[in-house]
Design a protein around this ligand. Sequence first.
Ligand code: FES
Length: 321
Amino acid sequence: MVVIKNYDCVDAGGEYCPCYLAEVGECILCSHLQNKKICECIWTGQCIYQNYIWNQNKRKEQRQNFQAKVLDKKNIMEDIFLLKIKLDKKIVKDLKHPGSYLMLKDNNSPEYFSAPMSIMDTNEKESCVYTLIEILGSKTKTLSNIEDNIVVRGPYFNGLIGLKKLKKAKGKKILVVSRGAGIAPAINTIKYLIKNDNKVTFIVDYGRRKEEFMEEYIENLDCTIKKMNLKDENHIDILKGMAKEGYDILYSSGSDNFSRRMYPIAKENKMAFVILNNSKICCGEGICGSCTSKDVHGNLVKLCKTQVKPQEIIERGIPNE
Ligand code: FES
């Protein structure tokens, strides 16, 4: 069996660790909590096994559904709308981090209608968050009918792969390349990066949507913004030229196929690489298996919780479109 693993769990050592996976012997990091006799973990934080024992061999309290008020619902395009949701201050603060998302559903639908939605922006003063929703299937169609209230579960954090690079970045030069719906989560991340004294260049490609549907949300960002069409090879050449200007990180905020096109640019210029997590997240808790993918070594990885090297997703050749 293949054993090469170099993973991180996004929840390890946090408020929700140990989780359900510890109780069923499936902890992502702790070998004791995978029913093994010896410690094989490479986690350098507080021992997950010890925390589990201290918690009377039980998980910590996990994320629960709660009711939240919808402060505003704005139709951006025929199939895209923006929700402004009132939340308590602690959750809003948590959701400022890159890769944050919430599980959302309407009041009347059963639990399996909960859909993961990336945070586009937060407002601590008003204690609210913004999320952009594209109507694609049964879950988002149902969400499009919500009015004053919504059922929320969260916060969740694994919306990006390569998170550590962005969280640790201070005083770095960062190239953010976004396409289509990937523009929305990029906004929250860019605000976080700017706050940490990073210099950001934001490439915006509206993709198949001709209208510049996010204009009012990006124009006030304190970074250099360039509009491009990255299906056009001339624009790719311009991007390749820009990438030679000493950037430390390339964050690709688009589909896996899009990130696959960005990866050689990052590699050639020795930039750290960060991508959107496009896996099919359903429960968000490592239980249902819908986000399970194979890394380049053939190991099964639950991407709703696991941080892997972005290139393992890019190189394995199975896109999550
Ligand atoms: S979304 Fe259910 S296991 Fe990852």
